[in-house]
Structure formats: C-alpha cells, structure tokens
Design a protein around this ligand. Sequence first.
Ligand SMILES: [Ca+2]
Ligand SMILES: [Ca+2]
Length: 501
Amino acid sequence: MRPLLFGCWSLFFLPGSAVGGERPNVLFLVVDDMKDWVNCLDGYSGTVHTPHIDQLAVRGMLFQNAHCVSPRCAPSRAAVLTGLRPSTTGLYDNGHWWFPNLPDTITIPQHFRRHGYRVGGAGKIFHHTAGNHPLHLWDTFHRLTFQEDPWFRGSALNYPWSASGAPPDGFPFSGVSGLGHENDWGSLTIAAEDYDDAVTTQFAIDFLRQQADKKSSPFFLACGLFRPHLPWYVPQEFFELYPLDEIVLPVVPENDLDDLPEAGRQLAKDRRSDWKTVRKADRWKHAVQAYLASISCADARMGQILTALQQAKLADDTIVVLWSDHGWHLGEKQHWHKSTLWEESTHVPLIIAGAGIQSGTCRRSVSLLDVYPTLNELARLPAIPSHEGHSLVPLLRDPGRKWDRPAVTEFRRGNAAVRSERFRYIRYHDGGEELYDHRTDPHEWTNLAANRDYASVKERLSRWLPDHWAPSADTKKAFEFDHQSFTWTHRETGRVISGKK
Ligand SMILES: [Ca+2]
Ligand SMILES: [Ca+2]
C-alpha cells in the first residue's frame, strides 16, 4: 500500500522555509489524557477555553479525526515514540515499559540526535517518568517533578501514587472522600509557578531562549505536560473559567450498554466505581469543571512556550507538533477514565504547524503512529523501514486528498478499533463486535454490528485489524531496577540493560 500511496511524492514537496535550507527545528508538545474537548475540535457541548491550541490550529494543520494507537499512557507513548504498534512490540499496557524490553529501538529523540539535532526534553514524554525514561537519550532533560505536594516529593520514582507519607494539608481537595490520591482535584495553596507543569514549561522556555543564539545546529525540544491527567490540581484561575452552572454533563442513555458484547461491557465497567463515588457525593459537575480547568491550564502553558518560540524568532523555522496520548471518559458509556476503544478514549488533538506548513483542517482519519514518519520526512531524516505509520506530509500539502487508510487503536492483546472517516468498527479478543456510523450516531449509541446491511462495511474495515498479536512484553516486575545506575536486570535471564550506555 505504501508505494502506491506515496511513490516519489516526497521528492517533490518539502514545506516552505525548510526547502533547500537548514533543517527545521522541532517543538514536540505532548499533553496527557486530553480528549477532544478543545475548542477547535468542538468535542465539548459547552464552552471550553483553549485559545492557544486554537491559535496553533489556525496557524497550521488541524487533524480533526486523529486517534491514539492505544488508549493508555505507556503503550500510546511507546507506539508514537518507536513508530511501532503494540501488536508488534507486545507493549500493551502500563506495566509494559518500552525501555527494558526494547532498549535498542531508535525512538524519535534518538533519531534526531543521531542526525545532528540538539535534543532537549522536559516533563512526561515516555511513561513512566523515571525507569522508563533514560536520560542518555537526551542532551538535556528536566524530569517531571511534582513539587506542589509533599506526597510527590518523597517518591523514589517521583510519581505521586507510588509515594508514601502524610497527605498534603487539605486533602482531599475535591471534598470527595474515598477516591484516592490519584483521583483528587482542586487548587493547591502554592504559587502558580510552583505547579509541576509550570516548572516543566519554564525549562522549555529557557531551552528555547538559549537556542535563539545557536544557529549552527537545529534543535528538537520535547515538552510533556502532565495535565489534564489526574489529579486535576491546577491554579484557581482556571477553575474560575468554568462556573458550575455552565458545566454541561455528557448525555448518558441508561440502555447504552444493552447492545454491547460482553467484552465491551467489561471495559465500560472498569473503574466505574470512581464515577459512582463522584455522583454519590454530588460532584459530577465539579469533576467535569476540574477536567476542563486542567485542559485550560495545559493550554495556557503551551501558550507560554509558543510565545517564547516567537520571541526567540524561531517560529518560522520550527515545526510544532501537538498531540495527546489518548482521551478520557467523563461518564460516556457509563465509564470513567480511559482504557476503552470508543471515541472518547481514542479521539485526540493533533496539530502540525510551522516551517511553511500550510494552514488548514484535515478530516481524514489519521493515527498518532503517523507522527514519527511525518517528522522524519519534514526534517529530511532517513525513513525507518520498520515503521508502521505513514507520513502525513501528503495531507499537510493537500488535506482533502484521497486517503483510504483508517486509524487503528489497539488495547491489550487481541482488542482493536478501526476508525475510518465515517465508521468505527471494534473487535474484541473473544470475537465480540461493534460498529458505529458517525454520520448518524456521533455518540456511538447504536451498535450496528449485527445489522446485515452493514456486513460489507464490517468486512472492509476488519481487513485493517492486526493479523498477528505479539506475545505480551515483560512487565516491569520481571526486572530488577537499580535507580542509581539506571540499570535493569532481568530476574530470570540475568540480562542487563543499562540506561547510561
Ligand atoms: Ca495518558
Ligand atoms: Ca448502545
């Protein structure tokens, strides 16, 4: 398929200012758990304030139908950064960390570094923040630090829910007991600049300021913001953007799950108890408010970074790519959290702008797996033959061009969704199926999988399902990790993987 679609196309097109001159810089912006509730994607029924994302979308190409490769942090990020599907790598879930399993894989920052880029990073790029995030990949890196909370500071892995110790004063800030630390929300009694994402942002801004004087080598800067991931701790000013009486809750039909196969019902049920707890405390609107506030906080941080890029006079020479690792359910399909194969979990913001990329919107169905090959082509780096995504450069040039390739999202071994421009087809490991027609059913309420009129649609989309599912990778528990030397030792084979080679 690839030669037919692409041929020698790329030989004739390179974006604007990158043609023939210096290689473009790359600003790689990652947000965590941000669904399509940004203003320019219109996923939220009320008003969401995302002026900086909207501005970036106006400046570049907004992919309106982009989907994650997997609806959880670790497998989604591993797929984007390695260019390989979970069904190929066996990295299916958050316990499967890419680094100890695939230490020789060339990830995006490594590929750019090998080709002369100065590579910097800050925040959450890979999952998890420490043991899966070797610093030897980067020229400079600032780890995600949860400075606002004494629980976080004490953590060996610098991650909130692995920490122990006394809860911060005022916990639970949401006023809902029984949700656990990870699920809390509110505004903390610290300065806005001390929040974790503000610290990450400041590092990115400082990096950009330093590059303003360095015209000799291009840079690749990855900046990973943690919000709107839980806990939804953001400064009060972002809560104030969303008066409670203006919050619009998702519509959740009581019988929505009746037409689901058993495997679908099970996914919907996973962690529903958190939603029940929230509703029992009469805090559903408050939770939605906190999620929206977290989106706006991330938007503001990105605005600061993009302003710094302009002030350093680097905007014209820098490709900006913005993506979220997956979406989130706030009650849709009676589900709370992520980890499903429905639109709420898979549909994400994806914008590519700068360095001569034209302004526009693209309705074609694309995958985050396409990010790596796209960046390679834009920066004129060698393509990596094993990559399973496809460069979106043809769509950057002509967003309305024919594009028959759907986006495939995989979740755990044997479950996948195929999203074309019009349909979503899901098949679970036990053969259970769902089919939704977005032309008439944007909320995916009516499962058409048993409707014989759609047999040919199902057949056509099912051809894109993985035909092979790799065995599950080793979980982090299969390894002994030495934090000081950043070395993983496989408990059974004795194989040693060093993060400082
Ligand atoms: Ca995530
Ligand atoms: Ca239904």
